[in-house]
Design a protein around this ligand. Structure first.
Ligand SMILES: [Zn+2]
Length: 147
């Protein structure tokens, strides 16, 4: 796999009043190789999250790129201005209730209606005892799994 050679271009950027060196553009945004992005000014979504921030509706101002260590595949990540990021939304009691309700719905078997204490596999659509019962068509050998 031959890595594309990208020319170094000096261009106007959102994070600096002066033209900065980039590797051209990707999707209309300045493209920066790993190590070129100014860490105090730009961050990826995950880096914002570790800072307790979120993009807050702002569009990315640059694209970071690098190569996978194992496969050599190229990867891209959007970079956001830390100065325009907003604090992460706090969990309210209503949000916790909604989350608990959604998790309960994932644990309840639609066949027997019981809270199984684990996530019902969507590929099965029912809990393991119900799968056992539906597969066991011979009435002489009842299911060993306690319901
Ligand atoms: Zn069930």
């Amino acid at each position: 796999m031959a890595n594309k050679v990208r020319p170094v271009v000096q261009m106007a950027v959102a994070w600096s009043p002066y033209p900065e060196f980039t590797h051209g553009t990707e999707g209309g945004l300045p493209l920066l190789p790993v190590g070129w992005a100014p860490k105090p000014l730009l961050a990826t979504v995950r880096q914002l999250k570790t800072l307790g921030l979120r993009p807050g509706g702002h569009d990315p101002v640059a694209v970071l790129y690098g190569y996978s260590r194992t496969g050599g595949a190229q990867w891209f990540a959007n970079l956001y201005l830390i100065s325009t990021a907003k604090p992460m939304l706090a969990m309210t009691p209503a949000k916790w209730r909604a989350l608990a309700k959604a998790n309960l719905a994932r644990r309840c078997c639609p066949e027997c209606g019981r809270d199984r204490g684990y996530i019902i596999a969507p590929s099965l659509g029912m809990c393991f005892p119900c799968v056992e019962d539906s597969e066991n068509t011979d009435p002489a050998t009842p299911s060993e799994v306690a319901a």
